[in-house]
Design a protein around this ligand. Structure first.
Ligand code: FES
Ligand code: FES
Length: 161
């Protein structure tokens, strides 16, 4: 099958890459754009380690073809910090020890960022927070500290710096 040109933005930068039409978004990000923060932890769309934001929505990047993202805005974990400053959820994860091996962490950060953006000023319940990361598996089962971090940001304890 002939390769195709894909033009999209990743973390605000424009990329034009030549890819096989069956290339997954996760692989395009890792292998063609060169950003390896996005992980592939399974081949069954179940772990969430590959989660990125596509036009602001949280998406498992192993579940979509890169070519479907023509003209779209992709945000990966590398795009969360701004001018060297970590985002509120990144700082909350650090303060709350919300990671152990860290393999799931990029996906957790992306799912929770999309969730918090969607919530705006609304304070989510613990149940809503848990639901927001139900597509992300942490094999070390450190869920409580992750929920604490998301809640702390939702409660306004971490502002954009
Ligand atoms: S690698 Fe995408 S859900 Fe596991
Ligand atoms: S921190 Fe180990 S899998 Fe999530």
């Amino acid at each position: 099958m002939k390769k195709q040109v894909l033009t999209f933005r990743v973390n605000g930068d424009e990329y034009e890459i030549l890819i096989h039409p069956k290339t997954l978004l996760a692989d395009a990000i890792r292998e063609h754009v060169g950003l390896t923060g996005t992980k592939r932890g399974c081949d069954t769309v179940s772990c969430g380690a590959c989660t990125v934001m596509v036009n602001g929505m949280s998406v498992k990047s192993c579940s979509v073809l890169a070519i479907q993202c023509e003209g779209m805005d992709i945000t990966t974990v590398e795009g969360l910090e701004e001018n060297g400053k970590l985002s509120p959820i990144q700082r909350a994860f650090l303060d709350n020890g919300s990671y152990q091996c860290g393999f799931c962490t990029p996906g957790m950060l992306m799912s929770s960022t999309a969730f918090l953006n969607e919530m705006g000023d609304k304070k989510p319940s613990e149940e809503e927070i848990r639901e927001s990361i139900e597509g992300n598996i942490c094999r070390c089962t450190g869920y409580n500290s992750i929920v604490r971090a998301i809640d702390a940001v939702a409660q306004g304890k971490y502002k954009e710096e």
